[in-house]
Design a binder for this molecule. Structure first.
Ligand SMILES: [Zn+2]
Ligand SMILES: [Zn+2]
Length: 138
């Protein structure tokens, strides 16, 4: 094997090609490629995907193939990261609404159908107005 061929094997291995594909490209035998890779520690499957690590602490993430892509190793890392990057929160998910009870404007996150700015206003609206509209009142 020539030095150029060796270089090519390293390069193609880095690109994620298998032994057979490399052998075919370089016109050498698959066994030659295989033994070269073994001797030079190139046997690990090269992956183009970035390693899955927690965005916050950098710990590798456990694989969860059937779930959505994970970005954090734990709930506390997720909170800490978002706390540190408030500018990245999707502002479009905030709806400016007016409270049906106190008339105050408030921002509702992800729910444009909220009627009240707070649970207290909800309770007030529901229980302090005579309750004649309440279902189930005996
Ligand atoms: Zn983490
Ligand atoms: Zn209110």
């Amino acid at each position: 094997m020539t030095d150029a061929q060796k270089e090519n094997i390293r390069y193609l291995r880095g690109e994620g090609l298998g032994y057979r594909a490399i052998a075919a490209r370089l016109g050498i035998s698959e066994n030659t490629v295989k033994s070269f890779c073994r001797r030079n520690d190139l046997t690990g499957v090269a992956s183009k995907e970035p390693p899955q690590v927690c965005r916050h602490c950098g710990q590798p993430l456990a694989k969860a193939p059937k779930r959505k892509e994970r970005k954090f190793c734990s709930e506390s890392c997720r909170r800490a990261w978002w706390k540190a990057h408030p500018e990245l929160i999707d502002r479009k998910a905030f709806y400016p609404l007016t409270c049906a009870e106190c008339g105050k404007e408030f921002l509702s996150y992800g729910n444009r159908k909220r009627k009240y700015c707070s649970h207290a206003c909800y309770i007030k609206a529901r229980f302090q107005k005579g309750g004649c509209h309440d279902e189930g009142t005996v």
